[in-house]
Design a protein around this ligand. Structure first.
Ligand SMILES: [Zn+2]
Length: 430
């Protein structure tokens, strides 16, 4: 008797679940496509150097369909603001965070702890206008990306977490990667080529290489010219871009000559090597305004962990005027493609725009050039000009509105009032 009741209860539940599934599928099929969204912008900077006043951007199916004049009522009236393409940061470490005691040491944490911290960082990043980031990077970046954009059927009410589009290197490669079995521990060219193929198989969008040591350790060249040629050559052959951490002048030159795609940091770049990058079309991402300053502001949270020593901090402090002086020469180098990247680590997420403020105020860059560097030029560096980096028909609807005119005052970029990522409005107040 009891069993029968149970069975019938189970039966009822099954029927109920079946009905629910049938109705929700029917609702999905019947639900009309979301209506087009229209946005009125008081001022529009298209990300390619163009500026217009009082225009309406029409968005449909997550993409921009038109940009033009209209007096019709709009979905979002942003006539008091300046509308720009979503900002792109080509160098972040999206999962880096401080532990529950406010320290950088996260060795005792679970993968879930790391993912939760990444979700917080992702939200901080996107609400401040950065709709795309390139994380350089670790395998868990892939888990974060999945958590932010779960696979769900079209028009379904999936719970979506706010975060930027994430590209990741999945791993970092240096002079020892794959060479553990060798007597000297250094990787042979074929072992580096294998490491590149392994990264690609693991889902890497880009390759991150270390051609020099950390600035905390002096930044001297660590990968040989031959190693760089093997790594960047193989990456190119497999269709991947290479971003190379390089501080010393020799390490930058070696990476450029090896055909690598982009140089990170570039602290000790000479005029000759800046010119060489321009001639070779190598993207340059000097990180002058956020990463070093953030380490110093949060010194107590890092100090005593790995190479975050007193000497390391002294070296970082000393580097700030050096990188600013280097940047002032970089902006005067004809044809040099200076792209936007912050190297955002723990404590810096959500403050990615500070790099632009320093590049303009201390580094002598024109505000419009800074804006282009974080929109169309950044998209070009990612090989994504067809979908990102400008307000133009056919591109993804990644849009940011700020208060004020950033061409006159770059700090206007700090005052983000509206963010749309892939046609979806992000609640920036929550
Ligand atoms: Zn980095």
């Amino acid at each position: 008797m009891f069993l029968a009741v149970l069975r019938s209860a189970a039966m009822k539940t099954l029927v109920a679940v079946g009905l629910l599934l049938a109705t929700s599928l029917a609702t999905l099929a019947q639900r009309p496509a979301p209506p087009p969204i229209t946005i009125r912008a008081g001022r529009l900077l298209d990300g390619r150097g163009g500026a217009q006043q009082n225009v309406v951007v029409r968005v449909d199916g997550g993409k921009i369909v038109s940009v033009g004049r209209s007096n019709d009522p709009v979905t979002h009236d942003l006539s008091k603001y300046t509308l720009l393409p979503g900002f792109i940061d080509t160098h972040v470490h999206i999962l880096w965070h401080f532990n529950k005691d406010g320290r950088f040491d996260t060795r005792g944490e679970t993968p879930e702890d790391r993912l939760s911290a990444g979700i917080v960082n992702a939200r901080e990043t996107v609400v401040h206008g950065f709709t795309t980031v390139q994380s350089l990077g670790e395998a868990a970046d892939l888990d974060l990306r999945k958590a932010l954009a779960p696979a769900c059927p079209p028009n379904a009410d999936c719970v979506l977490l706010a975060g930027p589009r994430i590209l990741t290197s999945v791993r970092q490669i240096n002079e020892r990667t794959g060479g553990r079995g060798n007597p000297d521990g250094l990787a042979r060219p074929e072992q580096l080529r294998q490491a590149i193929r392994d990264a690609k198989a693991a889902g890497a969008d880009v390759i991150k290489l270390f051609a020099s040591g950390s600035i905390r350790d002096g930044g001297q060249q660590t990968m040989t010219d031959v190693q760089l040629q093997a790594a960047c050559g193989e990456a190119k052959a497999t269709g991947l871009r290479t971003l190379v951490h390089a501080h010393s002048n020799d390490s930058i030159r070696a990476a450029v000559m090896a055909g690598c795609s982009q140089i990170e940091h570039g602290t000790f770049a000479s005029n000759d090597v800046l010119k060489l990058m321009a001639e070779r079309g190598t993207y340059f991402d000097p990180n002058i305004g956020l990463v070093l300053q953030n380490y110093i502001e949060n010194k107590a949270k890092f100090l005593g962990i790995s190479n975050y020593t007193e000497e390391g901090f002294a070296s970082m402090q000393k580097s700030i005027p050096i990188v600013i002086e280097m940047f002032r020469r970089a902006v005067k180098t004809p044809g040099l493609k200076i792209v936007y990247g912050t190297d955002a680590v723990a404590g810096a997420h959500g403050r990615n725009i500070e790099e632009a403020v320093v590049r303009v105020k201390d580094g002598g860059q024109k505000p419009m050039d800074a804006i282009i560097s974080m929109t169309s030029l950044a998209a070009e560096s990612l090989g994504m000009t067809d979908s990102l980096g400008a307000i133009a028909p056919g591109l993804l609807a990644d849009l940011v509105a700020v208060e004020g005119d950033p061409v006159r005052d770059i700090t206007a970029l700090r005052r983000v009032k509206f963010v749309m990522a892939g046609g979806r409005v992000i609640d920036t107040n929550r």
